[in-house]
Design a protein around this ligand. Structure first.
Ligand code: C2E
Ligand code: MG
Ligand code: MG
Ligand code: MG
Length: 289
């Protein structure tokens, strides 16, 4: 970086940068190829209502099934896709795929949530893409939810507000993902139309361990309730977290405690298995031995 910092430091720095740039270039080329060769997949993570333990729907989460490297998680390639512009094509693919799958689910009351990153969100275009995905799949708009993040709102433009309104007017819900990690001002809460807040898993994971986290989570739930917005806790991993969230009045939960991202077929099979186990437990309890 600086010619005063000494020769070895200088060459170390550039070698590091080269490796990083090289790595990103590889991912970038791989992503373009992955789209052409159909290497992406979508997994679904269940969401439950706390009041009656009912399954309400699934969040769609992309995976890259690399022929050599195996399954690559989105945190490793979504940021690269955002930087190089491929996020638009990848995002379109996910939206269409998720809507198609959901339209074929046996239970046609279940919702599907799709992540749309700020880099992919284009006023005037995103609402058309949502409408097209609904039309092509036949999915009812009420069954689709779009997850956005606070970073989209930093732009704070009227065009973003108009697009969010247009999407909501179709009957599609808007969820604010990773709430509490992105933006320092809450003023957008009154300016931007949305239906749900998802409390970031960083907060949920410290629930019960740390009184200030408990206070923050309780306040977010209270805020959501007074704004008449649904609250989802994400990253729920323990029964203790469930107990605390229930007591605080949280509406919905998502996390490994309830199910990891997987195919919907696998989720259904394990639900049926658990139901069958519960039935046979009940029978054993009533049949005298
Ligand atoms: P996100 O939208 O906040 O999704 C939740 C992430 O938390 C998922 O990671 C999920 O697997 C993980 N998670 C859920 N429950 C638990 C838990 O109990 N413990 C822990 N440790 N983790 C849990 P994943 O699938 O790796 O996705 C990471 C992020 O990548 C997502 O965060 C989202 O920002 C982005 N992403 C994923 N799919 C898409 C996509 O189709 N489009 C876009 N634009 N972004 C996506
Ligand atoms: Mg999400
Ligand atoms: Mg999140
Ligand atoms: Mg995220």
């Amino acid at each position: 970086r600086s010619k005063h910092s000494g020769r070895s430091t200088f060459s170390w720095y550039t070698a590091e940068m080269d490796a990083d740039a090289q790595h990103r270039k590889e991912i970038e080329e791989g992503l373009a190829k992955a789209l052409r060769l159909d290497q992406f997949d979508v997994l679904f993570q269940p969401q439950y209502a706390l009041k009656d333990n009912r399954l309400t729907g699934y969040e769609a989460l992309i995976r890259w099934e690399h022929p050599v490297k195996g399954r690559i998680p989105p945190d490793l390639f979504i940021p690269v896709a955002e930087d190089c512009g491929l996020i638009e094509d990848i995002g379109d693919w996910v939206l269409n795929r998720a809507c198609q799958e959901a339209a074929n689910w046996e239970d046609n009351t279940l919702k599907v949530a799709v992540n749309v990153s700020a880099a992919q969100f284009k006023p005037g275009i995103t609402e058309r893409k949502v409408a097209n995905a609904l039309r092509a799949s036949g999915l009812k708009p009420e069954r689709l939810e779009i997850e956005i993040t606070e970073s989209l709102l930093i732009a704070n433009t009227d065009a973003v507000v108009e697009t969010l309104k247009a999407i909501r007017n179709m009957g599609v819900a808007i969820a604010m993902d990773d709430f509490g990690t992105g933006y320092s001002s809450l003023s957008y809460l009154s300016r931007f139309p949305f239906d749900k807040i998802k409390i970031d898993k960083a907060f949920i994971q410290n629930l019960g361990d740390d009184t200030s986290t408990d206070a923050i989570v309780t306040s977010i739930i209270g805020l959501g309730r007074s704004l008449d917005v649904l609250i989802t806790a994400e990253g729920v991993e323990t029964e203790n977290q469930v107990t605390l969230l229930r007591a605080a009045g949280c509406h919905l939960v998502q996390g490994y405690y309830f199910g990891k991202p997987d195919s919907v077929r696998n989720h259904q099979e394990s639900r049926l298995r658990k139901q069958a186990e519960a039935v046979s437990r009940d029978l054993e309890a009533t049949v005298p031995v």
